[in-house]
Design a protein. Structure first.
Length: 192
């Protein structure tokens, strides 16, 4: 029912979440974004939807801290406190090897957003939507197919393709090879 975490994956996610908490104390949204990318790297290897969700949650948090205008909205403080508690609960669940609880905490994070109202709900939904597309592009950058990446993150293929096109992620020319003289030299070195 719930994905199996390999030990190194679990430890990696725990380390990242702990570092997110430290970065939060400093309001260091750049470090939080970087930590989200670290989670994406490991999630690209195992393609675990829970780990990918953690990357989205962390990235969205960096955006919420970066843009201070959200913090003036009604219910911001309650949302922020519950969001941080949710991250703490994810850490506790992983430490106890309780993957069901970890999964439940990821779902709880989604419910936090659904429970909001007014402009804050609209703003935060937009941040999460953009965070999904951003993290999808990072997974795609790691070599996972565009279709599979879009499916894992629950976004459309069109959204991912449009974002990848704007950022140039897919602009790798695989037809470019070594010049013939270099290939001959390399072959001579290998085969003596």
């Amino acid at each position: 029912m719930f994905p199996f975490f390999k030990m190194e994956e679990k430890e990696h996610v725990l380390e990242v979440l702990e570092n997110v908490k430290k970065a939060l104390r400093k309001k260091d949204y750049i470090e939080i974004k970087n930590l989200s990318d670290k989670v994406i790297h490991i999630s690209s290897i195992h393609q675990d939807s829970n780990v990918i969700s953690v990357a989205v949650i962390i990235y969205a948090l960096s955006k919420l801290i970066e843009r201070k205008n959200y913090q003036t909205e009604k219910n911001w403080n309650d949302f922020y406190v519950n969001y941080l508690r949710n991250i703490d609960d994810m850490i506790v669940a992983l430490r106890k090897d309780n993957l069901k609880k970890f999964h439940d905490e990821i779902q709880e994070n989604r419910e936090l957003i659904q429970g909001l109202s007014g402009n804050l709900k609209i703003y935060i939904q937009d941040v999460f939507s953009r965070a999904k597309v951003n993290k999808a592009s990072r997974i795609y950058e790691h070599g996972i197919s565009m279709e599979k990446t879009a499916k894992i993150l629950g976004i459309s293929l069109w959204e991912l393709a449009e974002y990848a096109g704007k950022t140039g992620i897919g602009d790798v020319n695989f037809a470019v090879t070594m010049p013939i003289k270099k290939r001959i030299k390399f072959a001579e070195e290998v085969f003596g």
